[in-house]
Design a protein around this ligand. Structure first.
Ligand code: P6P
Length: 329
């Protein structure tokens, strides 16, 4: 029996008495935009969509044309959802305030429209990440930033779409992790895995080892423990350079993905709100965990929309070993 993503979300909503269909209407904005993005990703090279847009984004990165298209598609589709008051994007310096003082607007959404965009021109897997928050205080609108500067544990739902050998939506609304594969012939995301669990112990570590001389010592120690066989097996290395792709493999096959702080990025490189928080939410929902080297990612109180963080995210065995390395000092 086929279950589409929309059917899944509507069924999930029945868990909440009195829930309206506004949430399923909201997330349908994500699925529509990601189908639009997917169609361009699959045609990159055939149209003049490759190469840089020529401008530099708020991250100081040269914007790829597909970045701009993806950002515009998400903003367009989600702006039509009256339940969304605030949108924060990796590509925009400031959050977009749509209608945060209207009683109908109850949610904020943050996203990275195209993570790993440096891989676009070489046909390597990229992805879209997102997280949804409820407005922080039901009684008053509050400052727009309050809606998005909430700890990851407050995420109502989060997920990503990975544009790989197939296009897969991975999603959780706090009731397990579920995967949906886009059937291009039908144009729908079809449920392919329900209540996915991360393997307790995997076989891969995923890290950019070129920075190994610039990490704090605990990361080199941890990596040696993974490589040496001390943990009962010698881990193999996999690193794509797109967090979504590297995390997707970690979620399905187990192991650990690591982006440590380094002398170039003392706070880490990855963004808390729309990279680390969504994958940390999914990891915890699937039986794994995620840390910044001091605390669970989901407990971090954000200060800034584009705040960076170190990220170690993986299965139970790998994360327990990381905690042991931290405790040993
Ligand atoms: P480095 C892509 O630009 C990204 O933000 C993540 O998707 C990826 O994991 C990381 O940067 C790769 O960074 O420094 O290894 O090239």
């Amino acid at each position: 029996m086929i279950t589409t993503f929309q059917q899944h979300v509507l069924h999930e909503q029945q868990r909440f008495p009195g829930a309206t269909t506004e949430f399923s209407w909201l997330v349908s904005g994500i699925t529509l935009a990601t189908k639009m993005i997917e169609s361009q990703v699959r045609r990159a090279g055939l149209t003049n969509i490759l190469g840089s847009h020529g401008e530099v984004n708020v991250q100081g990165e040269v914007q790829q044309k597909l970045d701009v298209y993806a950002n515009e598609a998400l903003i367009h589709c989600l702006s039509l959802r009256e339940s969304i008051g605030i949108i924060a994007s990796e590509e925009n310096e400031e959050p977009l305030v749509l209608r945060h003082d209207s009683p109908a607007s109850k949610y904020a959404i943050v996203f990275d429209p195209l993570d790993g965009s440096s891989n676009i021109d070489v046909a390597v897997t990229i992805g879209t990440t997102f997280a949804i928050f409820r407005r922080p205080d039901g009684d008053k609108a509050g400052a727009p930033l309050e809606w998005v500067l909430q700890p990851g544990r407050k995420q109502v739902a989060a997920g990503y779409v990975v544009y790989g050998s197939s296009t897969v939506l991975v999603y959780s609304a706090g009731n397990g992790v579920h995967t949906f594969t886009l059937d291009p012939l039908v144009g729908s995301y079809i449920l392919t895995k329900e209540n996915l669990r991360m393997p307790e112990r995997g076989s891969y570590y995923s890290i950019n080892e070129s920075y190994c001389d610039r990490w704090p010592g605990v990361y080199a120690k941890y990596l040696n423990r993974l490589k040496s066989g001390e943990m009962g097996r010698r881990y193999s290395s996999r690193f794509v350079g797109s967090m979504v792709a590297d995390f997707h493999r970690t979620l399905l096959r187990g192991g650990v993905f690591i982006y440590p702080p380094n002398t170039d990025h003392p706070e880490g490189k990855l963004r808390l709100l729309y990279e680390a928080n969504p994958v940390a939410f999914l990891a915890e929902q699937a039986g794994g965990s995620a840390s910044d080297g001091r605390q669970p990612i989901l407990d971090i109180q954000p200060r800034d929309v584009h705040q960076r963080t170190p990220l170690v995210v993986g299965g139970r065995a790998e994360m327990e070993e990381f905690e042991r390395c931290l405790a040993e000092g």
